[in-house]
Design a protein around this ligand. Sequence first.
Ligand SMILES: C[S@@+](CC[C@H](N)C(=O)[O-])C[C@H]1O[C@@H](n2cnc3c(N)ncnc32)[C@H](O)[C@@H]1O
Length: 308
Amino acid sequence: MLANGKLEVQGTRLRAPYPAYASRLRRDVRLISVAHSANSEYTFTSFANLDFYRKVNARLLDLAEVGKNKRIVDLGCGTGAVTRLMLERLESARQTVIYAIDHSATAIRQAIAELGDRKNAVVNFIQAEVQNLRTAVREQVDSIVYCNSIHYVPDKGKLLDEVRDSLRPGGTLAFNTTFFEGSNPPESEAFYRRWMMRSLRILVKEHGLRPGKAEKTEARRQLSAEGYANLLREHGFDIEKAEVVPVEFPLEGYLDISEFKDFIEGTFPGVPLDKASDSLKRGARQAFEDLNITFVPRNWLNVVAVRA
Ligand SMILES: C[S@@+](CC[C@H](N)C(=O)[O-])C[C@H]1O[C@@H](n2cnc3c(N)ncnc32)[C@H](O)[C@@H]1O
């Protein structure tokens, strides 16, 4: 244990006080450093395993031809769903190293639990801020994949500098997001109004709670696809591929995203997670029923950019 309370694991085994994870750790999945925190609910895991979401991310990995690379970063890896998709695509897995990075210790522990049975490549999990990528991964890599997280970062230019310097010349950054200007088609607006109205009513009338006032979350300050392209060029990238893909977002997606801490806190700040989550889930069900719909249209932006 390090002085700062972080757990450091060298070699292949994770020692007590983490026996549950230690038993699942294999020699090919190494935990570099994770701070001690209690296991908690409200992670991204159930949403990340939805079929439509897997397809969204698989599309990006295929566009980026990630499987051909030997040194890959899964930036903002969450609970490991994208890491798993990478492992499925590796052409020469035995020679490949994946660095899976997230600042959430809970998410990383869950990722280790989910991926512990994989044997075909080395996966190094690192708990770090994405903004500190160069410190976290000291070698230059072939590919950096950043799924559904870039919208969280306040200073995207600074992050792109960090990403560029972490790539070998000619290496690729692939990212996707559904929080950009243009992600919500006009015909989806009635759903979001109805969802929030229904959820707020449940929160107030049944739980006797009101959300606090919050800073506008980064995910709500959105760049357009063109804005991302310009920013990438300014920071030393050439755009190789960029596309906006329409996706049918199902009710299960809204139910599962309503169990994700970051989403709950951004939507109903200051409300206990269980009450906020319950209100959001029931509000989503009611909105689908009210509008008699089976999905909500939404757009995903996929970008593959090359270090110039
Ligand atoms: C929406 S989840 C996406 C997870 C995964 N990439 C996927 O698509 O399934 C966003 C993840 O980014 C992580 N995250 C957000 N801001 C971060 C930061 N500044 N540094 C490191 N991780 C961050 C969160 O902890 C979360 O696991």
